[in-house]
Write a protein that binds this ligand. Sequence first.
Ligand SMILES: NC(=O)C1=CN([C@@H]2O[C@H](COP(=O)(O)OP(=O)(O)OC[C@H]3O[C@@H](n4cnc5c(N)ncnc54)[C@H](O)[C@@H]3O)[C@@H](O)[C@H]2O)C=CC1
Ligand SMILES: CC(C)CC(=O)C(=O)O
Ligand SMILES: [Mg+2]
Length: 368
Amino acid sequence: MATHKLLLLPGDGIGVEVMEEVKKIIAWLESKGVASFAIEEDLVGGAAFDDHGESISEGAMKKAHQADAIMFGAVGGPKWDKVPYDKRPEAGLLRLRKDLDLFANLRPALCYPALADSSSLKREIVEGLDILIVRELTGGVYFGEPKIIEELPDGQQRAIDTQVYTTNEIARIARVAFELARLRKNIVHSAEKNNVMKSGVLWKQVVTKVHAEEYSDVGLEHILADNCAMQLVRNPKQFDVLVTDNLFGDILSDAASMLTGSLGMLPSASLGAEKNGKRAAMYEPVHGSAPDIAGKGLANPIAEIASFGMALRYSLGLGDIADAVDRAISRVLDQGLRTRDIAALGEKTIGTSEMGNAVLAALQKEMG
Ligand SMILES: NC(=O)C1=CN([C@@H]2O[C@H](COP(=O)(O)OP(=O)(O)OC[C@H]3O[C@@H](n4cnc5c(N)ncnc54)[C@H](O)[C@@H]3O)[C@@H](O)[C@H]2O)C=CC1
Ligand SMILES: CC(C)CC(=O)C(=O)O
Ligand SMILES: [Mg+2]
């Protein structure tokens, strides 16, 4: 049996709490003898800064490059508000994404049947929802230079962030979206703002060209990102694969999470290009470190557990176990088990570890 090299980077706040629940699943899969893992764990984010003054160490970066897959928790929190910008917790995450060239961030927004009434929207709007947001992850305004605050002669300060995209960066994420669309409903929506942004003009041109030259069998619709946000709330089931840039993808996926019940439900896979038969990959929930609930055992671990499911499927060749993880999540939701974020008003709730235990117990049933 192949041994899979997994690097665990729990990070800060609820990142640590939800990762504990994945560790339980890993331990059980090993004890059952259905998978073998070589696990390493390291610090990232504020925890790394507190330990050694950087948001990720060179040693952790080396382990990240060597891993078959990385499981990421979350980083950040008010404790590090005054840390210098390049050392803030989020910089560790951005470095992992950039250095490993994890340009394709797949963020599925699925509304589990049992949660169709927990969404903030009506059942008929979200029931059966299955959208895949394909977010460009290593370009755009999060990385463009200059990124500065400068002093002006009149005593003001001026902040500059720069949105930069090249043809190749847009083309490669568009190809990911079209390839995935072929496996799904064969339709891609591409969201940008070509009406006010040059990067939006290029985005639309390149997506149109890649489509015409390589994927004319797939449907393509262009949509302005602001309208897209509105349409996601109004009629989300019109979307299947939605490709967009780094910033819009970040915002639209947090919005889409509420169609599924909670931000605590959305997993993601951040993938690089295949090189010599290997693809760098990091699996991360869409949510952050949730300082408002951190340390209270209230976090929903499903996004992290479902991210582990994506790792099993996309990086480790363990699709059958990934399917069982997905069915286990569905089963606990069908049983009516709810963390606070997905509970209806007045409904009984359970904590992070109870939810993790319930998913593990359901997985044990699923796998006999
Ligand atoms: N991937 C990452 O590590 C990310 C880190 N962040 C960082 O996290 C920190 C907090 O950011 P926020 O804006 O508060 O975003 P957040 O995603 O941490 O939390 C937003 C809201 O959703 C709730 N929430 C999030 N995940 C949940 C879960 N699993 N279960 C139940 N409720 C959940 C939180 O309690 C909060 O009310 C900041 O430092 C931010 O930069 C934010 C997003 C992603
Ligand atoms: C660097 C992250 C904190 C940005 C973010 O919110 C995300 O990637 O979801
Ligand atoms: Mg985000």
